[in-house]
Design a protein around this ligand. Sequence first.
Ligand code: 2U9
Length: 355
Amino acid sequence: MDTAGILEVRQSFDDAISDVDNLNALQQLKVEYLGKKGKVTGLMKEMKNLSNEERPEYGAKVNEVRTHITEAIERRGEVLEEAALEEKLREETIDVTLPGRTFSLGSPHPLSRTIEDIEDFFLGLGYEIAEGYEVETDYYNFEALNLPKSHPARDMQDTFYISEETLLRTHTSPVQARTMEAQEGRGPVKIICPGKVYRRDSDDATHSHQFTQIEGLVVDRNIRMSDLKGTLELFAKEIFGAEREIRLRPSYFPFTEPSVEVDISCFKCKGAGCNVCKGTGWIEILGAGMVHPNVLEMAGFDPDEYSGFAFGMGPDRIAMLKYGIEDIRHFYTNDLRFINQFKATEDGGATNESI
Ligand code: 2U9
């Protein structure tokens, strides 16, 4: 009876298992030797070529090899599983002395924070927030605001025209004009309109071709200039500090009559004069006025029954004043060195809140 085959299988297995260094390879070896088509199974198939006398001894020898292989695989398996567990533990051991991985918390962009503060103030006074199209028609951006095609003031607002009648809005006033029109001459209207506006301007430290505006409008019966003044006084104190005073200077806007520029007392020098207020003690923050009767009429309101006030401001400028920022472009260039200065601090304030 030829047992060379049996010895050869045993030897090749012993050689093979010495190189096995992971559980997958061990599993493959197990299949290769003990599997249905494995070498040990192959040995058993030889049985049919033996005499009945030879079969028991041959069978015993094959089983002895099978046992040898099975046990060797189990032992190797335990060793490899132990090693795999060690490796896993090593990988997963947390060296608590290692510094924690810091992940930077996002925080509201200074411009968004300023817009939210302003919105919250007017929401507190019962205003609604109205938003509208950034791509507007010439009618709602100009004509409805008492700026007929030939009006020189149009040039004050260098405009991105898309077509003869379509443009990128130069202010959020078209939103107010559309809102008034939608109310078919029935008051009250009490809205603020925040949003992006576009001016064909070359960017510099105080001008950007795209910036943000917040305009406001109140239309009802018996709305007077004192309502406007009172509202703006409260606003100035809320956003720039309770001790702020305001000053109204006569001005001109096609869509308001009378029109005013509104200044606040300087929060830096308390009026003595400094670089922030350019020595005047006053800082201009917004424009306002009583809604022009033509604007009321074009929107379907009877100027003899209704009156209104409106105002407009640039939150970029207000944020620059509040945080002492010299260049408006910082708001739009997303430079983390700039933005990270406004990280929320534990008490929820901003790291560089100057006012
Ligand atoms: C309607 C009626 C009146 C909106 C107004 C201003 C004054 C104003 C400037 C502020 C800073 C533009 O971004 S800015 O340069 N705006 O001073 N805006 S009154 O008046 C309106 C608007 C809509 C129907």
